[in-house]
Design a protein around this ligand. Sequence first.
Ligand SMILES: Cc1cc2nc3c(=O)[nH]c(=O)nc-3n(C[C@H](O)[C@H](O)[C@H](O)COP(=O)(O)OP(=O)(O)OC[C@H]3O[C@@H](n4cnc5c(N)ncnc54)[C@H](O)[C@@H]3O)c2cc1C
Length: 408
Amino acid sequence: MPDSAISRHHQFLIIGGGNAGLSVAAQLLLEDRRLDVAIVEPSAKHYYQPAWTLVGGGAYDIRDTERNEADYIPQGAQWIQDAAATFEPEANTVVTAGGQRLTYDYLVVCPGIQLDWHKIKGAREALGKNGVCSNYGYELAPYTWECVKNFQGGTALFSAPGTPIKCGGAPQKIMYLACDNWRKRGVLSKADVRFTSAGSVIFGVKVFAEALLKVVKRYGIKTEFFHNLKEIRGESQEAVFDIMQDGKAVDEVTLKFDLLHVVPPMSAPDFIKNSPLAAPGNPLGWVDVDKLSLQHVRYPNVFSLGDAGSMPNSKTGAAIRKQAPVVVKNLLSLLHGKALAGNPVYNGYGSCPLVTGYGKLILAEFDYDNNPTPTFPFNQAEERYSMWVLKRYVLPWLYWNKILPGKA
Ligand SMILES: Cc1cc2nc3c(=O)[nH]c(=O)nc-3n(C[C@H](O)[C@H](O)[C@H](O)COP(=O)(O)OP(=O)(O)OC[C@H]3O[C@@H](n4cnc5c(N)ncnc54)[C@H](O)[C@@H]3O)c2cc1C
């Protein structure tokens, strides 16, 4: 049951009951049932976001991605159903939108990432009609599938922004699913498909980039790098891009489209950006932590993980699986008066299950230095049916049954 006191203290206060927050809470309590753990989380629903890619491709039911948050709050943890609003780390205090003053011994900050739709003029108004779609939202992803399955040829644009985003591969995964659908329906030959990305490469890790360029070629996709989507005119089906050079806009181009899949720029949530916890001078405002220990660089009793943290890893749920045990170990070390030196560190592991078609997937796994860190004893840069099965069936099951309960 949600709990709402006006002012109170917890040993461990966790901001955000998403993938990261629930994993850390569960792992702490598995270590020691007697710990006093509270989770501040406003939402009554929890979402398995990685499946939204498949929803947009018509291969997953959106309703299966939503569950009740209450069912995943670990036994022994307290749920404060409210939103964190301001931080006073010098006073070990968090003030909520509902006016509660919560004090803590240790704070874990993981409220996820903010979708900055407002940075694309006209995006909010355009989404959900006239072929303008996005997999970045529970309400939005089903319309992507409407657009894909009804597409009869013409220009299809798939955008990717210049900021870090959750699941860096998602902007292109839906493009491959769409192309595969159009190939099967015989409309791919009538399509002008373009990957319009503000970035400079298809993927940051060379071995996977090479494999993806073959997929791009197979579907006849054109890559348009340094294209930063800045405006959508839904009614006239036009997308306006800045052409970027050295981080600056040097030109502008307007493309007509029949389908536009949009991925917005992202940043830390505003209440993090505007807080003392944010990385100074970084306009994206991530929680300023050491990338190995995940400990805040100025407030030693504060940690962050997941999409809101400043670590330069690929922002994925897969990364959280490796981050959560590091945070838990370090928190318990502090609790027991031990030094963090010698504890395992987070090596930047991230994983991107790159769906390249129905029944086809390249499982990219890599660390901070973009070195591949494969789990399986085969060439993971090859498209495989087994890895599709992993994404479609095994990972959702693991998420709900093992990862959120802190057992994987
Ligand atoms: C389309 C798509 C495809 C993806 N594909 C993959 C994939 O294939 N593999 C993969 O590993 N990852 C994938 N991801 C990324 C993955 O979902 C995220 O990286 C992961 O959910 C991040 O976990 P988190 O706990 O940091 O944030 P979230 O899981 O987003 O949780 C954040 C929580 O904080 C809460 N919150 C927000 N504001 C406040 C506040 N003020 N106070 C308190 N709580 C607050 C929110 O309600 C939410 O419950 C995908 C994401 C998307 C959108």
